[in-house]
Design a protein around this ligand. Structure first.
Ligand code: ACO
Length: 346
């Protein structure tokens, strides 16, 4: 590491590469629970259909006054607390989200102001459900090369703000929440983050998107009337690509890390659908009892899902010191990624 003041980017000549570890973790889920039975009263669906096709039983819904930055701030406060890091020590804040408070300014700046991280530089990242792993890799690289000492990475979504509550094929699938991690140089002797693989395929962008509200189709009365400001998804096609790319990314990240699947204690997959997770378990030859799964309680929280699942599994004692953890994600874009790390912050 360099000795320059934190928050200032080192010149190339100053840079050395160090190992980077997750030193803090936290999450937040809004209080309101929306069950499958509640959804039965809103669209033509059944609890049984949703459970059989997705594994979901309930999801959280943010209050009207809660925006993505509010969820992100609460998760980040918890992550800073577990890391024992003061807001003034944070050099960089990255918020991965597809449901920012505003098109601009970026949500990370709003979080910065709430947390009081006055020295941090802040930006947003839009890689849908892969955003948390994309964010972790950008932060890892920044810390590894010495420009940043303490990075706060947050995945946060108010997915319920972009759902069409008349479309049963999508509105039953998503929920709100936030997960956060603090990355810093790994303690001596710790491996921390071992490998990451990221990928994208923009040729399939239209399978999962929000058609209007950007520069292609700015908001007009006509786009609103046509319900174009909601998430649209061709679920069956997305399912196939999700399984394929998550398996490939997982294998590639394991091979890059020199780790065998048998040596992975916990897999934290993006929580899109229990059937996707089961298919990955089967293809990787890794039993379901080594997967961290909470999709039944939160639905798909997009960029928040891996951080939320990680925090729960560490807090309830499943993930322990020395465990090798594989995280794997897939989302709109398409984007995908996998990260292998050795758990341990002391
Ligand atoms: N309730 C009852 N019936 C429904 C519902 C519902 N909520 N939704 C769809 N159906 C019906 C369909 O209309 C269809 O009826 P039909 O046969 O008469 O036409 C039937 O159920 C089957 O529909 P499919 O879409 O084929 O169902 P499938 O088994 O593929 O499950 C699902 C759909 C859950 C969306 C699944 O395809 C999936 O999980 N896809 C991947 C999601 C994903 O991974 N997203 C990526 C990340 S998200 C992000 O990046 C923001």
């Amino acid at each position: 590491m360099t000795s320059q003041a934190p928050g200032r980017i080192a010149s190339a000549a100053d840079r050395t590469v160090c190992r980077v570890a997750v030193m803090g973790w936290g999450s937040y889920a809004p209080a309101r629970v929306l069950t499958n039975r509640d959804l039965e009263r809103m669209v033509a669906t059944t609890h049984e259909w949703i459970v059989e096709r997705t594994g979901m039983r309930e999801r959280r819904v943010a209050a009207e006054h809660e925006a993505t930055s509010d969820l992100a701030t609460l998760a980040a406060q918890r992550a800073l607390q577990t890391a024992n890091v003061a807001p003034a020590e944070v050099d960089m804040i990255l918020v991965a989200t597809i449901t920012p408070d505003y098109p601009f300014p970026n949500t990370a700046c709003l979080v910065q102001s709430r947390l009081g991280c006055s020295r941090a530089f802040c930006f947003g990242l839009e890689a849908a459900c892969s955003g948390f792993l994309y964010g972790m890799e950008i932060a890892r690289a920044a810390v590894a090369t010495g420009g940043v000492r303490t990075a706060l990475v947050i995945g946060a979504e108010k997915m319920t703000s972009i759902l069409d509550w008349q479309d049963r094929t999508t509105c039953v699938l998503f929920g709100d929440g936030a997960g956060a991690v603090v990355l810093q140089p790994a303690p001596a002797g710790r491996r921390g983050i071992i490998s990451t693989v990221l990928g994208s395929d923009g040729s399939l962008a239209d399978l999962l998107m929000m058609p209007a509200g950007g520069s292609r189709h700015p908001a007009t009365a006509a786009t609103v009337a046509a319900r174009q400001h909601f998430l649209k998804m061709r679920g069956r096609e997305v399912f196939r690509h999700a399984v394929q790319h998550m398996c490939e990314a997982a294998r590639e990240a394991l091979s890059k890390a020199g780790v065998k699947i048998q040596d992975v204690r916990w897999i934290i997959p993006h929580q899109a659908n229990l059937r996707i997770i089961s298919a990955i378990s089967e293809r990787l030859g890794c039993p379901m009892d080594r997967f961290v799964v909470n999709v039944e309680r939160y639905g798909n929280t997009s960029a928040a899902s891996i951080g939320l699942a990680l925090d729960e599994a560490v807090r309830d004692g499943r993930i322990r010191d020395g465990d090798v953890v594989l995280m794997v994600a897939f989302g709109a874009g398409f984007t995908w990624g996998a990260t292998v790390l050795e758990w341990g912050a002391k």
